[in-house]
Design a protein around this ligand. Structure first.
Ligand SMILES: Nc1nc(=O)c(N)c(NC[C@H](O)[C@H](O)[C@H](O)COP(=O)(O)O)[nH]1
Ligand SMILES: [Zn+2]
Length: 162
């Protein structure tokens, strides 16, 4: 049903479970939803697409390909009331040095209005993730959806040595 945030995050978690476990990242699942029509526009999970890709990044790559635009022009074709669901908050710095997903969201020029996250990023690789603050300063709402934290972290860290 419309705005079933937990339901969408449950679905994103099922996507995260398809990500190959690695000790050097988290297994994350993400969806882009058109909030006006309540339809899923794209799904993604960590390492789904070739290269060291993030879940949110995979959604954007797929959408850019579908619309025949470069990823950094996606903001011009995304519905204006798009929403991102991601089991873990968008990264703000990556050990690999690849462009963080917070920057990928910011360059969409406001077509993503809200980001619903299941957990904040654990301070394992980067220390404090300051991306949420940058998104909010750009007028993008970031909302933590409670209730799935434990399951999300268990999936996210499956490739880590305990
Ligand atoms: N939101 C989010 N979605 C993902 O799909 C993913 N893998 C992470 N993970 C964040 C973590 O900070 C980075 O995975 C490490 O910093 C290593 O960086 P790379 O992934 O190798 O670029 N975070
Ligand atoms: Zn990322």
């Amino acid at each position: 049903q419309p705005g079933d945030h937990k339901g969408y995050l449950e679905y994103a978690l099922s996507l995260a479970e398809r990500s190959p476990p690695k000790p050097t990242n988290f297994r994350v699942g993400a969806l882009v939803v058109d909030a006006n029509t309540n339809t899923i526009l794209a799904t993604g999970f960590t390492l789904e697409l070739e290269g060291n890709t993030h879940a949110e990044q995979c959604c954007f790559i797929k959408l850019a390909n579908e619309h025949g635009v470069a990823e950094d022009e996606l903001g011009s074709v995304l519905p204006s009331n798009s929403v991102l669901y991601t089991t873990m908050e968008p990264c703000n710095k990556r050990l690999s040095g690849n462009l963080p997903c917070t920057d990928r969201i910011l360059r969409l020029g406001g077509s993503i209005k809200t980001v619903y996250v299941g957990v904040l990023e654990p301070e394992k690789f980067i220390g404090e993730n300051r991306g949420r603050k940058r998104l909010e300063e750009a007028g993008i709402e970031v909302e933590l959806v409670e209730g799935l934290q434990e399951r999300i972290l268990e999936v996210a860290t499956a490739g880590h040595q305990d």
